[in-house]
Design a protein around this ligand. Structure first.
Ligand code: AMP
Ligand code: MG
Length: 410
């Protein structure tokens, strides 16, 4: 009698997601390394980054125009004397001082003279020889960015756990970080199972199919900041499956695909049980993706994702990312939903929350979504034409055209 999973709850989507998030919150991130700034793009910061000076470090002109004393423009227009020009990068000792009735031409990014309290945009002026006519009044402070108004020296600008996007890279560059401490990429073993599945460099026999899941999972892993390691395909046979699972558990995270349904040769749960696995859930009331399994062997997490290629892809997005983020040292991110109007009526069975590959078009209030015309969870080609997932709540049997519906962006 093969061992049965100790407990095998089937959870709602929200419960299953909560379980994953709870586990993510307790998992220990992988190690750290120092990388050159640009190589750190997409990695997770392992150190906080502080302002090494005030931002801006001097009173910075935000426009091209004239540095003025606002009081001189109390009754516009006013004709004022131009006493010099201040370019960006000028040395501090070369900044001219101005007195009442005087202005200095100034460029964006240049430091303003001490007594100047505003910059008038060049568009509101006409230069006549060494005099300038300013047609509009100005309020003190206009177009001058005060010292330290963006950040004070010593202030924390980025916290550890942030994934470095272009804006974070800009922040690190602005404080002179040529190298940053980041987390290593978590290693993710990808193990596809199935006697019918052959590798992509083989000519499949008449009843075989090529292994697409290992590649979609590896691509999603890369996109999520992990380092995939594709293992050989496991046959539906316990000994070899067990060997490959053991190998996969050497990585930081193991993703299995296939072999988690109810069939006689769906052996993944059985073999994992024999290996002492703890299961957090063995199904979620979603479609596609219902047989999803999440558990742990010792301190290693694994997911048993359903083998149908669309199920494999969507369950990665729904459940794997929080764990991968946590292992990468990142603060896990919530799923990103937006709302769009349904293009034409949908009818489905109730009971499962659906994540249907769909096509989002239009922008802003015009956004419209329609499910991809597909032939079930195996239809990769129609999924490849989709650009989002349309979410249908478990209790909705029909949704009318024009209704606002949630859309999951991945
Ligand atoms: P399973 O979850 O093992 O019952 O597989 C469900 C369906 O997905 C079956 O039609 C399998 O042939 C297919 N499938 C399983 N693994 C893969 C894979 N690695 N690549 C493509 N299709 C697969
Ligand atoms: Mg199978």
């Amino acid at each position: 009698m093969p061992a049965q999973p100790v407990s095998s709850p089937v959870l709602s989507f929200e419960e299953a997601r909560h379980v994953v998030e709870t586990q993510a919150a307790t998992s220990t991130p992988v190690g750290k390394e120092s990388l050159q700034l640009l190589d750190s793009f997409g990695r997770v910061l392992a150190e906080p980054i502080f302002a090494d000076r005030n931002f801006p470090p001097f009173r910075r002109a935000a426009r091209d125009g004239y540095a003025v004393i606002a009081q001189d423009l109390a009754n516009p227009p006013a004709t004022l004397q131009v006493i010099g020009e201040i370019r960006a990068g000028v040395k501090a000792e070369s900044i001219p001082s101005i007195a009442s009735g005087q202005v200095a031409a100034i460029m964006t990014g240049a430091p303003t003279p001490d007594r100047a309290d505003a910059v008038v945009m060049v568009e509101y002026t006409s230069l006549q020889d060494r005099q300038v006519v300013i047609h509009q009044g100005v309020a003190a402070g206009d177009n001058i960015v005060p010292i330290g108004s963006e950040a004070k020296r010593g202030e924390q600008l980025l916290s550890a756990g942030v994934r470095l996007d272009q804006a974070a890279i800009a922040v690190a560059a602005s404080v002179g970080k040529t190298h940053v401490q980041v987390h290593e990429k978590p290693k993710v073993a990808v193990l596809s199972t199935g006697d019918e599945v052959v590798d992509i460099n083989m000519q499949p026999g008449a009843t075989q199919i090529r292994n697409s899941n290992s590649y979609s999972l590896a691509a999603q892993t890369q996109a999520a900041g992990g380092e995939p390691l594709i293992l050989p395909i496991a046959p539906d046979e316990p000994e070899r499956l067990r060997e490959l699972i053991s190998e996969g558990l050497e990585a930081d995270l193991l993703l299995l695909a296939g072999g988690v349904s109810m069939g006689k040769y769906d052996l993944v749960e059985q073999v994992l049980t024999e290996m002492g696995a703890e299961f957090f859930f063995t199904g979620a009331r979603i479609q596609p993706g219902k047989p999803i399994v999440f558990g742990r062997v010792d301190d290693k997490y694994f997911f048993g994702l359903p083998g149908n290629p669309v199920s494999t892809m969507v369950t990665f997005e729904l459940f794997v990312r929080p764990i991968l983020d946590a292992l990468a040292g990142a603060t896990p991110q919530p799923l990103r939903f937006l709302h769009a109007r349904l293009k034409s009526e949908i009818k489905t069975k109730t009971g499962l929350k659906r994540f249907l590959p769909a096509y989002l078009s239009g922008e802003f209030e015009q956004a419209q979504v329609e499910p991809a015309r597909w032939h079930g969870s195996g239809d990769i080609a129609s999924t490849a034409r989709a650009n989002c997932y349309l979410v249908v709540p478990a209790d909705r049997g029909a949704i009318a055209a024009g209704e606002w519906v949630p859309v999951l962006m991945c």
